[in-house]
Ligand binder design. Structure first.
Ligand code: FAD
Length: 462
């Protein structure tokens, strides 16, 4: 698709849609919207615009569509696959001014939000109502960005990904028209599921302008356990058995020994440096959690666990869980002069030992610092490599390992991306993963965005 460059005349028209101060061609604004948290190179937009309501989004898109100006949405910029990088330049729509929590209907377990609401802010507001919005990607992400990437996190095993927590969406389409889909009942069998089409579409089909999200009751009691195993195989088997036995963990995370070394160093945990499971359980009473832990311990003992540490008190539990949340940050600050690349794949749970063993073997084969961990209960694996800045050979090697792990995940019946989305980095695996259905995805893109102005260069290879 041949796009037009943004002219002075375009800027004038866009200024008449929003206010003069809510559109910028200033270098620092362009730089701030040129790069997410991935290793993909920065590409500057030509202008950044901050709408405040649906009408403004609609007018911006209608103008951009008729003048063939590419448009890329921006939430918090925390993506890890280049998802919001404006690869064709053009206009970035930054949704951060649309950050109102419009209504909380606690009796229905629902909230209406604008797309720029940060999910932690929503949960902060909900905490006195005994409710929360469960998907927890960890970074300061907006709900619009989470919807676009179908983000998930440590608690997805119990509460689902973003996809399972969206009831209604208002989406502005490429031509500026408004599409409203979904309903406020907690279930429906009515017609095609357009919500599922937009969730995970990375801003390539429309701009999410409002969402009704599903809320969940906060459990009265929580507990956590850290369990070490002699090997990854035993840890993987314990994951399967915990799920099979119906224990219903709220998170079930695996960490390879290099992550445990880091925790010991940074948090003084004094854990044995072995494959480790971090688990969290939610329940109605101390007794329930106590009984759950007894069964859990029996299961883990059955797989030869070496240490079973319970953090049932809130302070102790919080320390354990916070350490897991801070892992990415710890890895980054341990390696100055290096940048991270996060490999993200998911496989059926039975194939988890195979994929995690491959990842560990690859880490051992290279001198590049690498950390293996993941949302084991969802079959989701992450491998963070810290490549030396400017070292092309190291980065090429990391790229090769990424390809090998992704291809293996797909061959095991899994996916190239468990939660970070396709963005730029995973486009080349789309044909391998989706085969003939990729053509149907392209037809859907054509239907919603015939001029291909929305986040061009993402999901599909040019
Ligand atoms: C330290 C760290 C840890 C992370 N851990 C996790 C994790 O555990 N799980 C996980 O899933 N992710 C994780 N991520 C990735 C990231 O936080 C998520 O993908 C998040 O959903 C991105 O949200 P954002 O608001 O930053 O969106 P952005 O990065 O700004 O944008 C994401 C995509 O959404 C599009 N978009 C943004 N707003 C809209 C809108 N209103 N309408 C349409 N399209 C829109 C953008 O164009 C882009 O394609 C992590 C990131 C970091 C840095």
């Amino acid at each position: 698709m041949q796009f037009n460059k943004i002219t002075q005349r375009d800027i004038k028209v866009l200024q008449s849609i929003v206010a003069t101060e809510r559109i910028s061609i200033g270098e620092s604004d362009l730089n701030l919207h040129s790069k997410d948290q991935s290793q993909h190179p920065a590409i500057s937009p030509e202008a950044v615009i901050w709408p405040k309501n649906i009408k403004e989004i609609s007018d911006i898109l209608s103008y951009a569509n008729s003048h063939l100006i590419p448009v890329t949405c921006w939430g918090g910029g925390s993506s890890l696959e280049g998802n919001p990088i404006p690869v064709c330049h053009g206009l970035v729509i930054d949704l951060s001014y649309m950050n109102k929590i419009l209504e909380i209907r606690q009796d229905d377990f629902q909230a209406d939000v604008e797309p720029g609401v940060i999910y932690q802010d929503l949960n902060h507001k909900l905490r006195h109502k005994g409710l929360f919005f469960p998907p927890d990607p960890g970074a300061r992400a907006t709900i619009g960005g989470m919807i676009a990437n179908n983000a998930s996190g440590t608690r997805t095993i119990r509460y689902g990904s973003t996809r399972s927590n969206i009831l209604r969406l208002s989406v502005v389409l490429a031509n500026g028209s408004l599409l409203e889909t979904g309903c406020r009942s907690s279930k429906t069998s009515s017609g095609y599921d357009l919500i599922n089409l937009f969730v995970g579409s990375e801003g390539t089909l429309g701009v999410v302008a409002r969402a009704t999200v599903r809320l969940t009751g906060l459990s009265e009691m929580l507990s956590a356990a850290i369990v070490t195993f002699p090997g990854l195989k035993e840890a993987g088997q314990a994951v399967f058995e915990i799920i099979r036995s119906g224990l219903d963990p709220a998170s079930l995370e695996i960490l390879a020994p290099e992550c445990i070394s880091l925790f010991n160093k940074e948090k003084n945990f004094k854990l044995e440096v072995l494959p480790t499971l971090f688990m969290e359980f939610h329940g109605p009473s101390q007794q329930y959690l106590h009984d759950t832990m007894i069964i859990n311990r029996e299961i883990c003992n059955g797989f030869g666990c070496r240490d079973f540490r319970i953090g049932i008190e809130r302070k102790e539990r919080d320390e354990l869980l916070m350490a897991r949340y801070e892992l990415s940050e710890m890895i980054r600050r341990t390696h100055p002069g290096r940048s991270h690349m996060v490999i993200d794949v998911a496989v059926p749970v039975s194939a988890y030992p195979a994929i995690i063993s491959l990842a560990r073997a690859e880490v051992k084969k290279t001198a590049i610092p690498g950390y293996v961990f993941g949302h084991a209960g969802d079959g989701n694996l992450h491998l963070v490599f810290m490549g030396k800045n400017g070292d092309k050979k190291e980065w090429a090697r990391i790229g090769q390992i990424n390809d090998k792990i992704v291809e293996k995940a797909i061959s095991l019946g899994g996916t190239a991306t468990g939660e970070h989305g396709v963005g730029i980095g995973k486009r080349k695996f789309m044909a391998m993963e989706h085969g003939g259905s990729l053509q149907w995805m392209k037809s859907i893109k054509q239907l919603f965005d015939p001029n291909e102005i929305l986040n061009p260069g993402k999901i599909f290879l040019p």
